[in-house]
Design a binder for this molecule. Structure first.
Ligand code: ATP
Ligand code: MG
Length: 561
């Protein structure tokens, strides 16, 4: 059964679902979930999981739950819940009425635990967490059985109830499953199900002082929700036998767990724990710093939901761990923005040009194309005046042959305006170029010559009088190594030049109040988005999303030579 004609590329999980649908295993039901722990902001790896889970539900006419796996009150916060909701929504997915919390199942999980105790499948253990760890054994050696393993069911019931009632202090006792201390899979060696933790939970407050361990809770949450395909990353493959054991011991509804490889990106860390360190140690300006691979960082950087979804789809779903080139992510964004971004002109490193044969007070409005990839976007008027700014790098005193920009005596096109010829260069006492004097040819209005004369170079420009000044943040990769972990600690591989601030870029006047959330193409420079927090009317702040081309590929080669 396929509800959607526009199928995305096939992969092994879809083949499993197709087979299940053919055999009628779930009666044609496809019910997935995205289960984040609210202990940090979501990153690009989570985006892949979100797109996969919600995407499968969409494609097969099924359902996908957004479920918070909030079983550890020490690390979880309301702020993270809010940000996760915002991020999933921004990506364009809809959980309908299924915004769910593991903490809503605390009572049910407790009841399940009582079941196991009654069946003699769980016991209260008085060993300290450290002792439990030390007695676990290794891959070669079996573990040691707890001296409390053979407590009577009655004693276990009594002690577990008293754990819940708050009679004991943190770490004093645990509830453990009674499986097999010699099991070759370490996860099966009498794992802890409940620990005592006198901590306030962001939702259940002080109602509970025992909290379920992730491995005890996770499979049961899926079972409670009637999930069919419980999709997770490869590191949980070894935990599946334990989830299966719990579900079988309780004789309850049994979803099918399917593991796929995590998304890894070069030049990037994708782990909430590591990202939190970057935030806590102030390497970046918060979780949504545009250099962060968080969804909120990407959004602030100028990524569109479509580009993130396309990227997630393009990397595929496999069983094999790989590292994806971050340039691929940037390229998907470029392709999206190239089609959709409005074009504007801005100068980041201004050099003044005086058109000496142009009237002093005249302001002329020329037509500029809003998006050459989409003519229906029309044109806008931009002011042309006697004094202009161009990019400093667009002039050279002694230009080499292939430099098709300005040099003494050279003629170029100022985009949408006129041909100009460099006539004189004004320099300071120290030899710095302070301005260029040019002449313009009035017969080239709109940027085309009446006599068929051609110029090789076309420059962007902004009027020196009709403009708005802006701050521009030029972001670059946060790490200098393609593998940020090289040498042991990613904190030692931070790119010291990951942010360059341009205090006074000169932009065309229309950008004095840019559209919130819109990523623009600054012609010839790249894609820029007004910063969501700092941009104010009349004094915009822009963040560079990406340059027009992948300039890093070459730089990396140069550095490594
Ligand atoms: P982190 O390692 O960053 O802390 P996590 O796996 O602990 O991530 P969860 O909140 O437990 O974070 O993740 C929610 C879901 O997202 C899980 O199903 C997990 O498998 C998936 N996920 C996390 N990281 C990635 C990744 N890099 N690629 C694909 N899926 C991921
Ligand atoms: Mg996790």
């Amino acid at each position: 059964m396929s509800a959607n004609k526009d199928r995305s590329p096939s992969h092994f999980i879809k083949r499993i679902i197709d087979t299940d649908n053919e055999s009628g295993k779930w009666n044609g039901r496809v019910h997935t979930r995205f289960p984040p722990e609210p202990n940090g902001y979501l990153h690009i790896g989570h985006a892949k999981s979100i797109c996969l889970n919600f995407g499968l539900a969409e494609e097969y006419g099924g359902k996908c739950n957004l479920r918070f796996d909030d079983t550890n009150p020490l690390k979880e916060e309301e702020e993270y819940v809010r940000s996760i909701i915002e991020d999933v929504q921004w990506l364009g997915f809809d959980w309908q009425d299924r915004l769910l919390f593991a903490s809503d199942y605390f009572q049910q999980l407790y009841d399940f635990a009582i079941d196991l105790v009654k069946k003699g499948d769980a016991f209260v253990c008085d060993l300290s967490p450290e002792a439990i760890r030390n007695q676990r054994g290794t891959l070669k050696d079996p573990g040691t059985e707890s001296p409390f393993r053979d407590r009577s069911i009655q004693d276990n019931m009594d002690l577990f109830e008293r754990m819940k009632a708050g009679e004991f202090s943190d770490g004093e006792r645990t509830l453990r499953a009674k499986i097999d201390m010699a099991h070759p899979n370490l996860n099966m060696r009498d794992p802890v199900m409940y620990r005592i933790l006198h901590a306030t939970h962001h939702r259940t407050k002080d109602e509970w002082c025992i909290y379920p361990m992730y491995d005890w809770a996770h499979g049961l949450e899926d079972s409670i929700e009637g999930i069919t395909h419980s999709i997770c990353t490869l590191e949980f493959e070894d935990h599946r036998p334990l989830y299966d054991w719990y579900l079988d011991a309780l004789d309850t509804y049994h979803p099918q767990q399917i593991e796929f490889a995590r998304l890894n990106l070069n030049f990037t860390v994708v782990s909430k724990r590591k990202l939190k360190r970057l935030v806590d140690e102030r390497v970046v300006d918060g979780w949504d710093d545009p250099r962060m691979p968080t969804i909120s960082g990407l959004r602030r950087r100028g990524y569109t939901p479509l580009s993130v979804r396309k990227f997630s789809e393009s990397v595929g779903v496999t069983k094999r761990d790989t590292v994806v080139d971050v340039a691929k992510l940037e390229n998907v964004l470029r392709n999206d923005l190239n089609k959709n971004a409005p074009r504007v002109m801005g100068v980041l490193d201004p050099l003044k040009v005086v058109i000496i044969n142009y009237p002093e007070d005249k302001v002329e409005y020329v037509d500029a194309v809003n998006n050459p990839e989409d003519r229906s976007e029309g044109t806008r008027k931009i002011a042309f005046t006697r004094e202009l700014f161009i990019e400093r790098a667009d002039y050279m005193d002694d230009p080499p042959k292939k430099f098709f920009r300005l040099g003494p005596g050279r003629e170029v096109r100022l985009k949408y305006a006129y041909f100009v010829t460099c006539y004189n260069v004004v320099k300071s006492e120290t030899g710095d170029i302070t301005e260029l004097h040019c002449t313009y040819d009035p017969k080239t209005k709109g940027g085309a010559a009446h006599d068929g004369r051609r110029v090789k170079g076309t420059l962007h420009w902004v009027s020196a009088t009709e403009n708005v000044s802006a701050k521009v943040n030029l972001y670059d990769r946060l790490f200098i190594n393609d593998n940020p972990e090289e040498g042991g600690d990613f904190m030692n591989n931070i790119n010291p030049n990951s942010l360059e601030i341009v205090e006074s870029a000169i932009l065309e006047r229309s950008l004095s109040e840019p559209v919130h959330g819109c990523t623009y193409q600054f012609e010839r420079l790249g894609y820029f988005i007004p910063d969501k927090d700092h941009s104010i009317p009349g004094r915009p702040v822009f963040n560079r999303a990406v340059s027009l081309r992948d300039s890093w590929a070459k730089q990396v080669k140069k550095v490594h030579k």
